[in-house]
Design a binder for this molecule. Structure first.
Ligand SMILES: NC(=O)C1=CN([C@@H]2O[C@H](COP(=O)(O)OP(=O)(O)OC[C@H]3O[C@@H](n4cnc5c(N)ncnc54)[C@H](O)[C@@H]3O)[C@@H](O)[C@H]2O)C=CC1
Ligand SMILES: CC(C)CC(=O)C(=O)O
Ligand SMILES: [Mg+2]
Length: 353
């Protein structure tokens, strides 16, 4: 007997539809052996939501997300929408994404990045420096400067970065749990020499640490962390940080291990809200429509969807093993210095399954 699971798919904009199609074909391939029957609802979101309804998070799309077992997103945004926002005051696709994260209270964003075997030459770092890099960034996702008050004037503008003890506590616990299940090392990244929110962040992380005596915690300032990631990436295990710093450091880390096109993520809230699974990259307007996007970040996000969203760990592992295998065998999309297109990469992964 198979279990029917409801998946809301948000292809979004740019390369979003290309990479979500690839991930759906992989999910569809592993579902039967995992005892899953997929009920897929594709919904307009981001720029596509604006085109369809004027709203980046249309009411029907939100309804579908709320009642789904899990959500898979491609990416949102693009120059056409930036122009309309600038000149006509139109809504931005990115507001839809921030709105969805907030609506579902998806406060913990897991962004794993590791060096796959065979990809040493794709890293901009020396082989001996990048070797063994395997980091999980836990990024706070529904607080901080993305959600504070924004004031936009022609001469003065401001963005407020608020954090409460509760917001820091809950994401810190996710990070400590993750560290406990890995190597027991947690690095908390902040800017406590300048920011009040960072001093609160540091104090709360130290309080939560008392509940996790087997985890060792270090505090590192974000500017130094940006440097450490390129000089000694293999010395970090789990990293927890606030929204903006996590956004930036995870893009940096993804390039260190080869390409932003490889990096998946899981955005999680309480156990009874559906998780949102998406690659960390954006809509890549510079390569959209050419069929050359790397689909691996989205395919690995589908694996995270199976593990965290559907508790189908074996199916998740099958996908991760297939991705490792094809990379070890030499499959390279353009971002990794090769010439495999999206379709060829997807076919290779399907074959490796
Ligand atoms: N989660 C989301 O939906 C996000 C949306 N954005 C939006 O995306 C748009 C473009 O932003 P950018 O700053 O250009 O960031 P981006 O991540 O879309 O692209 C940065 C660079 O990485 C390359 N790239 C990204 N994904 C790739 C993939 N799968 N395969 C191969 N190459 C890939 C792009 O071609 C580009 O050269 C903007 O409108 C931005 O607001 C940006 C980040 C996240
Ligand atoms: C709102 C998003 C566009 C922010 C972002 O870059 C991300 O979440 O990775
Ligand atoms: Mg980002």
């Amino acid at each position: 007997m198979s279990r029917t699971v409801r998946l809301t798919i948000l292809p979004g904009d740019g390369i979003g539809p290309e990479v979500t199609d690839a991930a759906i074909s992989v999910l569809t391939a592993v579902a039967p052996d995992a005892g899953l029957s997929l009920a897929i609802d594709r919904c307009p979101f981001g720029g596509a939501g604006i085109d369809a309804t004027g709203n980046p998070l249309p009411e029907q799309t939100l309804k579908s997300c709320v009642s789904a077992d899990a959500i898979l997103l491609g990416a949102v945004g693009g120059p056409k929408y930036d122009e309309a926002a600038r000149h006509q005051g139109a809504p931005r696709p990115e507001q839809g994404l921030l709105g969805l994260r907030k609506e579902l209270e998806l406060f913990a964003n897991l962004r794993p990045s590791k060096l796959f075997e065979g990809l040493e030459a794709a890293s901009p770092l020396r082989r001996d420096i990048v070797a063994d890099t395997d980091i999980l960034i836990v990024r706070e996702l529904t607080g901080g400067v993305y959600f504070g008050d924004h004031r936009e004037g022609t001469d003065v503008a401001s963005d407020i970065m608020p954090y409460s003890r509760e917001e820091v506590d809950r994401v810190a616990r996710v990070a400590f749990e993750a560290a406990k299940g890995r190597n027991g090392r947690l690095t908390s990244v902040d800017k406590a020499n300048v920011l009040a929110t960072s001093r609160l962040w540091r104090a709360v992380v130290d309080d939560v640490a008392k509940d996790y005596p087997t985890v060792t915690v270090d505090h590192v300032l974000v500017d130094a962390m940006a440097m450490h990631l390129v000089t000694k990436p293999a010395s970090f295990d789990v990293v927890v940080t606030e929204n903006l710093f996590g956004d930036i450091l995870s893009d940096e880390l993804s390039a260190i291990v080869g390409s932003i096109g490889l990096a998946p993520s899981a955005s999680l809230g309480t156990p009874d809200t559906p998780g949102l699974f998406e690659p960390i990259h954006g809509s890549a307007p510079d390569i959209a429509g050419q069929g050359i996007a790397n689909p691996i970040g989205t395919i690995l996000s589908a694996a995270m969807l199976l593990r965290h969203g559907l508790k189908a760990d074996a199916a998740a592992e099958r996908i991760e093993t297939a991705v490792s295998t094809v990379l070890k065998q030499g499959l390279r999309t353009k971002d990794l210095g090769g010439d495999a297109d999206t379709a060829a990469a997807t076919s290779a992964i399907l074959a490796a399954l």
